[in-house]
Design a protein. Structure first.
Length: 459
């Protein structure tokens, strides 16, 4: 590939609307590079750049653009250009794009599609949200088991050019029922007279059209496949899901989980594009809920007001105690949420998880407890800040850290499972939410242990 012109020279060509030179320059670019350029341009110039691109490059570039950029492009392109793009992009990519648009806009765009593509699109849009039916494409190669290898290759040469992938050949019966899938390489090392049935082993993985999207992510993650078939309840082959769609879905799911773990509602637009007030609405909801939860901390401290008045030294360790519990809970919650997303653990593993986290909490709590004890003891050698009963303070801090960390790991690990069992998203048990929960209960544990250990002395 020739050296890419500087961004400045390209910008000058766009500003001057020099179509001839711009087309010549962009012919040396790959679609991801063009997409990166288009993302930075005003809406009108986005459409201008697309108007000079070769047809194949238009389709490839449109596919890798951010959703908001694709929306802007379709709005600013002439109907003829927009229709050409929407008719030529793969059905699964088109369905993904239309799924993110308001119903009124979708109705208008459907009018731009050919009768054939409109029928395919309406069929895909008819499947439930977040189902694999929304991800699949009907562009695949299907053959019969009594065909010869030569017949298969002839068919692929004639019909395979516009298919999503020809890496896998699907075998169906006369009713369209999927009976096997065979990688194309299997056909390359046998004689042309060999029949498809001789290559079949009847071992294949498939999805039901109503399976959840997350199922596709987990199956692709565990199996080294570029595409997998989708069938209906009768086993009839309806389409295929390809790895590129699953990778985009995985990125989207991970982004949503990260936002939820951070205590933010899912952003349906890029951070820099979302309107300020909408962003504040997304952030303020959980923040207010967490704030109200933290108010319980003040209530808990008010309940132990007499104990604090008698032993002011206890108040010094409140931040240490509640932060340790919150940190351990957030840590456990994050680990379990991610393990569930990867399919490493399920609801059936709850007892194994609990046992593991009990030992984890005891170990981590003991480590922090020992450090806390040493800290109080060491300071007492050089200062009288902890008073004559510093040993009791050290014991309270030590055992409180053990109890709070144990409680934090247990609640942080179990809460995602409880939410999953209730049909909610485990990511909702975000790190801030777990931290807030453990803050309140951590104070109760701390002052309860203090009352037991210091009774008859300071308290």
């Amino acid at each position: 590939m020739k050296n890419k012109p500087s961004s400045l020279s390209i910008k000058e060509l766009i500003d001057s609307e020099n179509k001839k030179e711009l087309k010549k320059a962009l012919n040396n670019w790959h679609s991801p590079q063009i997409a990166e350029l288009v993302e930075t341009l005003p809406d009108e110039q986005k459409a201008f750049v697309f108007s000079v691109l070769p047809y194949e490059l238009v389709i490839k570039t449109f596919k890798v653009l951010e959703l908001e950029t694709r929306k802007a492009l379709i709005r600013n392109l002439a109907n003829e250009q927009a229709a050409k793009i929407l008719n030529e992009v793969q059905p699964d990519d088109r369905t993904e794009f239309l799924s993110e648009l308001p119903s009124k806009t979708v109705t208008e765009l459907l009018k731009l599609l050919s009768e054939k593509e409109r029928k395919i699109t309406l069929s895909l849009l008819g499947y439930p949200d977040h189902s694999v039916g929304r991800l699949m494409t009907p562009d695949y190669i299907a053959v019969k088991q009594d065909w010869t290898v030569k017949h298969v290759f002839d068919y692929v040469r004639e019909h395979g050019q516009d298919k999503e992938t020809v890496n896998v050949i699907y075998v169906i019966d006369d009713k369209g029922v999927l009976i096997d899938d065979i990688r194309i390489r299997e056909f390359l090392f046998v004689t042309p007279e060999k029949k498809v049935s001789d290559l079949m082993d009847h071992k294949f993985i498939s999805f039901f059209v109503t399976d959840e999207e997350e199922a596709a992510i987990n199956v692709f993650r565990k199996n080294n496949r570029v595409a997998l078939p989708v069938t209906d309840a009768q086993g009839i082959l309806l389409g295929i899901i390809t790895i590129d769609d699953v990778l985009r879905l995985a990125e989207k799911e991970e982004t949503e989980d990260m936002q939820k773990i951070g205590g933010v509602e899912v952003l349906d637009e890029p951070y820099m594009n979302i309107p300020f007030l909408k962003l504040m609405k997304k952030r303020s909801g959980w923040l207010v809920i967490l704030f109200l939860g933290e108010m319980l901390t003040a209530t808990a401290m008010g309940y132990f007001e007499n104990e604090i008045a008698k032993a002011v030294v206890l108040a010094l360790f409140v931040p240490l105690i509640i932060s340790s519990g919150g940190n351990s809970g957030s840590q456990a919650s994050t680990l379990i949420i991610r393990a569930m997303a990867l399919g490493e653990v399920t609801l059936k593993d709850w007892w194994r998880i609990m046992k593991r986290e009990i030992f984890s909490g005891l170990f981590l709590g003991s480590v922090l407890g020992i450090i806390g004890f040493i800290r109080v003891a060491t300071w007492s050698l050089f200062t009288t800040i902890y008073g004559p009963h510093w040993l009791l303070v050290a014991v309270v801090v030590s055992f409180s850290l053990l109890g709070v960390v144990l409680w934090g790991t247990l609640s942080g690990s179990m809460l995602p499972l409880v939410l999953k069992r209730a049909g909610a998203d485990p990511a909702v048990s975000s790190a801030p939410f777990v931290a807030t929960l453990v803050d309140v209960t951590g104070l109760v544990i701390y002052f309860t242990i203090a009352m037991i250990v210091m009774k008859g002395t300071i308290l």
